[in-house]
Design a protein around this ligand. Sequence first.
Ligand code: MG
Length: 371
Amino acid sequence: MRRVAVLGSTGSIGRQALEVIEACAGSLSVHSLLCRSNAELLSAQAARFSPAATCMLSPQAGRAAPSGTVTGDEAIEAAIEGCDIVLNAITGFAGLRASLVAAALGRPLALANKESLVTGGVLLREHLDAGLVIPVDSEHSTIARCLEGASRPPRRIILTASGGALRDLPPAAAAAASPAEVLSHPTWDMGPRITVDSATLVNKAFEVIEAGWLFPGVETGVLIHPRSIVHSLVEMEDGSYRALLGVPDMRVPIQHALLGASDPRGFAVPDDPVSWPALEFSALDHGRYPAFGTVIAAGTAGGTAPAAANAADEVAVAAFLAGEMPFGGIAEVVAAVMAAHGAAPVERFEDVVAADARAREEARRAIERIV
Ligand code: MG
């Protein structure tokens, strides 16, 4: 029995992880639950799973947490201590500290929080080298599974991208799209920030950076694949491709990360290839997704640059979702922040925190200039 610390339990990935744990009750159990502030759902989850620890990062006045809930600075340590595996499904930069605690305590890390690697990959290098970072991101989970048993490194890996909710709109109409339009993702069921990031392709640029940490030394490409049936491709030395196909469902990579390759399966997504659409692929239209190139350049620059790009994107996406700025403003804000950012090396967590804070201030100034 593997006891899972479910960090981000009230979010989209966290809720789907709890479904997987219930379906695999003979192999998995809930060790702890941690969320940011959704006290009502956390209480319901605690009543259902009876975890050893219930934790909340930012409790809000007037919302009653379950009795005994650990809050604030000690919450992450309290959730991770005593578990067998950590599922980090916290949204955004806030997830990095949880990944670092998991690494410090030597716990396997099933990582859905790609920002951990984007902003602080260098700080997780020992944990990566030890094979203790297991991707939950569907593309990286696919690539890891395709590489199982491969004796030689691949020639190239290719991340597939749906192109997001706005892929068929003329660029001018896309730039003026509403939050509701952007949030209706065509294929994957995900949280709001990542769904917006899918429409700008910032998510895909982060995934390229993430792949650089998980599969070092391997060239990474991106293709548009609108129906999300092929969950990424691995090009082998002989020019043939390995892929994993199926209906898009995050519970599959979550289960794989928590159970590993050798355990019995507890959960399956029924599907029939007869129902699949045509498997179309096309090259990325960089003009349609200007933020993609900006974030890729930040990844190439390295150091604190990807953390600044992530902070700019988090602030810009929040402003867009709050109705303060048009969709097209997100790429402008990220570009403005990166133009102002002088990248520095990352040696410790505080370096990333400082770069993140500076980039957030710069992003707010950029938003004021836009609106
Ligand atoms: Mg993904």
